[in-house]
Design a protein around this ligand. Structure first.
Ligand code: C5P
Length: 398
């Protein structure tokens, strides 16, 4: 395993005494751990202890000139493959939810493009408080993953929900591929690739879609235990592991294949670049060339995504929007006009998006948005899928 670089943030709660053990558990599993403490955390555990177990000097201030010279806070934010905050106090969650950057750890969380994972720990009443619950919802909506809290004995001789998960559980959760229970067994149909619209038996109209993003999304959904059917246009890709693939050619074929599955579907992710127009009456025999120019009459195809979204069944629908300009406006319009739960938008043209191995997405849902930075399409797909899972879970909990 290549070593995973983890910034471990420790905030000021009694569970901070367990953080030294957490560092050891993460390192045993091959992680490099850089500890960042808040002022509150230093009241519960010393930097000396954490330096000894992490084998790295602990960072605790934005204003430490020597530490900043060695690795500035923005560099540290980029260094991290993951930012894990354990324990995360109610105060820390509130600050993160509202974008505060008043110490090293909050600043790092704002500056990083890496996934952020929190292991909350607090008194049960603080956890139950509507303010904390609202902050939790907001953070999850933005793609922050929460581990716990668990239920059991708390400090102050009380018990309830608020315990930090055990270090071993946290280490296992962040270091091993996880299955999101929200997606286990969920029937998902994904469309991918281009379509081919026949002009005659040998010619067609198509587009530059490679299908790579859709195949990566199908694979990432299957990794999370979803039952995935991939309806694919013609592409040069191997079928993803654990995914049922049905190959189609035209937009009309893709429409029929998707609608055929409408009754079984819990979720639909339309990544395909479906043709918007198709030759109105394809020739039955090969068209012979003539001297002059020729005109081709095109008819609109049916919108698969919009049909699924307005089918009347509670299908969680995710659309894609490839844009060359005004990305946010077009994406938000699509979300509204097609009545979608989520739109993943990306820039295309000038070597971006289509056929590339990496991608960046701006994801929109009613009332919010987040950015998934440029990375390999599978990495981006996994992050999109965890966002989809969080929103799907919230909708199911209703
Ligand atoms: O409206 P526009 O074509 O830009 O929307 C793109 C989204 O709609 C993609 O998710 C695409 O898969 C889906 N779509 C569809 N059927 C069509 C056209 C687009 O499912 N006929």
């Amino acid at each position: 395993m290549t070593s995973k670089r983890i910034v471990l943030g420790i905030t000021g709660g009694i569970a901070a005494y367990k953080s030294a053990d957490l560092v050891r558990r993460l390192r045993e599993r091959g992680a490099e751990v850089q500890v960042v403490m808040t002022a509150g955390a230093r009241e519960f555990i010393t930097p000396t202890t954490l330096q000894a177990v992490s084998h790295r000097p602990v960072r605790d201030s934005l204003w430490d000139a020597a530490a900043e010279a060695a690795m500035g806070h923005i560099e540290l934010a980029r260094w991290a493959d993951l930012v894990l905050v354990a324990p995360a106090t109610a105060n820390f969650m509130a600050k993160l939810a509202h974008g505060a950057a008043d110490d090293l750890l909050t600043t790092l969380c704002l500056a990083t493009k890496a996934p952020v994972v929190l292991a909350p720990a607090m008194n049960w009443a603080m956890w139950e408080h509507p303010a904390t619950q609202a902050n939790k919802d907001l953070l999850e909506e933005r793609g922050v993953r929460l581990l716990g809290p668990g239920e059991g004995a708390l400090a102050e001789s009380e018990s309830g929900v608020g315990r930090m998960l055990e270090p071993i559980e946290i280490a296992e959760a962040v270091m091993s591929p996880r299955i999101d229970p929200a997606l286990r067994g969920v029937e998902v149909v994904v469309t991918a690739g281009p379509t081919r619209e026949p002009i005659d038996p040998v010619r067609f109209i198509s587009n530059r879609s490679s299908g790579k993003m859709g195949y990566a999304v199908a694979r990432a959904l299957a990794e999370q235990g979803a039952k995935v059917t991939l309806i694919s246009g013609p592409v040069a890709l191997a079928p993803p592991a654990g995914v049922k693939v049905q190959y189609v050619e035209s937009a009309a074929d893709m429409y029929d294949a998707v609608i055929h599955r409408l009754e079984q579907m819990d979720m639909f992710v339309g990544t395909a670049a479906v043709a918007d127009y198709s030759p109105a009456s394809p020739a039955v025999t090969k068209i012979k060339k003539e001297k002059g120019s020729m005109e081709l009459s095109l008819a609109r195809t049916r919108d698969i995504l919009a049909t699924v979204a307005s089918s009347g069944r509670p299908i969680f629908t995710v659309g894609f929007a490839a844009e060359t300009n005004d990305l946010e406006t077009h994406a938000r319009n699509k979300l509204r006009s097609k009545k979608l739960d989520m739109v993943a938008a990306n820039w295309v043209g000038e070597g971006r998006g289509f056929d590339a191995d990496s991608n960046a997405l701006q994801v929109f849902w009613p009332g919010g948005s987040t950015e998934i930075p440029q990375d390999d399409k599978l990495v981006v797909a996994r992050r999109l899928v965890s966002l989809i899972a969080a929103h799907y879970r919230r909708r199911q909990e209703g």
